[in-house]
Design a protein around this ligand. Sequence first.
Ligand SMILES: [Zn+2]
Length: 295
Amino acid sequence: MTDPIPEPSVIVLIGASGSGKSTLARTWPADYRLELDFYRSLVSGDAGDQEATEDAVFLLHTVLEARLARGLTCVVDATNTRADVRRHLVDAAHAYDLPAVAVVMTSPLDDCLARNARRPANRRVPDSVVRRQYAQIAAARPALRNEDFDHVVTDDMLMRLRLLLQRSVDRIHADHQDDGDHTERVRRVLARRFFGEDLANAFHWTQLRPDHDPLGALTVGGDEITLAYRTWFPDPLDWGFEAQVPCLGGCPGPAWVAVRTPMDLLAVYDDDFPEDAVRCDRCGADTDTQEAVSA
Ligand SMILES: [Zn+2]
């Protein structure tokens, strides 16, 4: 089987909630994907806010037209259960002399319901809605060819996993090229692995000296958390960051507490970490000595 979808084109995904549309849509480059839920969340802060649908559709169509005017492929990731909605998309494609392709999702109803049930609450739709969408699409399917689509295919005819794999490989290569020197690569890999992309972008190394643990900082505006990367544990899986905190014994420190997740960093920022997690380089104060001092 070969991928029968021409480019550029307007690719109209047609499937109930939970039919796997977004997973399939992610096999195309990110800018191709016009996802209705995304525009709902953009205008209302909630991807599942059905009352935001009208504004979301307006935005989606605005972006669609702007891309088609540039001859760029669009993948419309919405249920597209209604004939008038599909009509609008087909007409938009043809207005720019591009083919319109219907991609009908073939997931059985039970799979749609199961996938829908696994979603976060604000993305989940009632089972009755999934059933209705499924029935609407089943009813529309035989006549799709009469709706002026240039191609009608089902998702099980498409071979797109390799494209997804290739895009992931390209992205890693691009990241490594961006990294340039070794320091930059270490920054990205370590900080991103522990704290995610946003925090990694706020992180920079401040001291990289031979035979010393590397020091860095998370800095945003006037706020800063100092971090050290520890590699003294025998098992590399235990290696990780510590954040500098005030010594509980009251000495100038520095004292440290392990931070492995964004939650740990938040606790450090809020001064809300367990006292027995703190270790002081200078006085060795931990909970025991602290209690001894207090007593
Ligand atoms: Zn101390």
